[in-house]
Design a protein around this ligand. Structure first.
Ligand code: CMP
Length: 397
């Protein structure tokens, strides 16, 4: 083995990661989505029996190309699997086996099953076969959804309230089905004669679907039906509330961890004690910007200040000159301190990660932590004097 092999493998692994923020990673994901979209479109069109030649042949060729791309992708991912951090202590073979058996690996296999079927002489003939392709490929969309892991965490965190709501759902369902069965079975033996039949009506009503294929006709049955519809809305609202709060809490927790990682790179926070720091971390937000994006425009009202965790920005001063700020520096403080519009425009010169502090949080922190406020004020004063000096030099010329 040469020394370069692991390096190349690591690079390939990094770019193929679905969360890779680099340009190459984003380009790869865009191409992958495009190929997936073209493949699915070809499968959907091929299921139409009224297609006249030569379109079916062209579509089959498109499907072939997409399948081969997925096969290559699978092989490359399998090769790069030992770079996965969670398999770091495994041998290469073990890591590849683990990856192949992971959800991502299995979805990868499912996406190339059509290739194997085609190679084995199985020909795409009609709508049925085409729809099987479609189902297998659509699963690859799932790996592009970063919120899937968050959803799993939310369901796990909120399992107690979710279970309670589901139990409530079953209790209401059974009570309503039994009541409707007793009230309606004489007038509609076909629809309400047995509990399973009455339960079908109860599920359709409780979920507020209401096909209208089974409808209570007695006064008592209609009262039960009305109550059931109201209960259905309540149960759905409860579930929505639990999931929405769970998502918000999970996102806040993740953001807190992201900020902890970044905050250590900003010297102004380094001297603070752990308690003070944790208070500030709760108020900061991370923002990723590509190169050449304007973050602050001169003359705009100031509603936040920024700390550079990594990257570089250029401050374009009104005099025409510019100043570059890099890792650990901050900007946007002057508008907050002086309650004036932005004194300069600030834009990124390369991909940059910033920590944002909103004005209301800035004023609150400034009142709690005078040392921090003072450090920011001293730098703002220095910048103001520097700008006045530059302005004076400019007018003299
Ligand atoms: P603000 O006025 O809110 O928005 C523009 C920001 O540019 C300003 O806050 C400062 O943070 C920053 N800035 C202005 N002048 C200078 C300077 N001379 N050196 C570094 N940064 C500056």
């Amino acid at each position: 083995m040469t020394d370069e092999a692991p390096t190349l493998r690591k690079q390939v692994y990094t770019v193929l990661r679905y969360s890779d923020p680099s340009l190459a990673g984003r380009h790869w994901r865009a191409v992958h989505l495009l190929v997936l979209g073209i493949g699915l479109m070809a499968v959907i069109l091929l299921s139409m029996d009224e297609l006249s030649p030569p379109y079916p042949t062209i579509l089959r060729q498109v499907i072939w190309v997409v399948t081969v791309i997925f096969l290559l992708e699978y092989l490359v991912r399998l090769w790069a699997a030992p770079e996965t951090p969670r398999f770091a202590h495994h041998s290469s073979l073990r890591a590849r086996l683990n990856w192949a058996l992971s959800v991502e690996g299995l979805i990868g296999v499912l996406a190339i099953v059509p290739a194997i079927m085609l190679a084995g002489g199985y020909v795409i003939t009609g709508a049925d076969t085409a729809s099987v392709f479609c189902i297998l490929w659509i699963m690859k969309f799932g790996v592009h959804a970063p919120a899937f892991s968050t959803l799993a965490r939310v369901i796990s965190n909120e399992r107690a309230p979710i279970a309670s709501i589901l139990i409530l759902f079953v209790i209401v369902l059974m009570l309503a089905a039994t009541a409707a069965h007793m009230l309606e079975r004489v007038s509609q033996p076909q629809q309400f004669g047995s509990l399973p039949n009455a339960m079908w009506w109860a599920v359709v009503t409780l979920t507020t679907t209401g096909y209208g294929d089974v409808v209570p006709v007695t006064a008592g049955g209609r009262i039960i039906g009305s109550l059931l519809m109201i209960a259905g809305i309540t149960v759905l609202a409860l579930m929505t509330g639990v999931l929405a709060t769970g998502f918000a809490q999970e996102e806040r927790r993740r953001e807190y961890l992201r900020v902890w990682d970044q905050v250590a790179r900003v010297p102004i926070f380094a001297a603070l004690g752990i308690v003070t720091l944790s208070e500030i971390v709760g108020k900061l937000r991370t923002r990723y910007y590509p190169a050449r994006v304007t973050i602050v425009r001169r003359g705009d009202p100031g509603d936040s200040m920024f700390f550079i965790s990594s990257g570089e920005v250029e401050v374009r001063l009104p005099t025409g000159s510019s100043v570059r700020l890099t890792d650990g520096a901050f900007f946007g403080e002057m508008a907050l301190l002086e309650r004036q519009p932005r004194s300069a425009s600030v834009a990124t010169t390369k991909p940059t990660t910033l920590l944002v502090l909103y004005a209301s949080d800035f004023y609150e922190i400034a009142s709690h932590i005078p040392a921090l406020a003072e450090a920011v004020e001293i730098e703002a004063r220095r910048r103001r004097e520097e700008n006045l000096g530059r302005q004076a030099a400019e007018t003299k010329r």
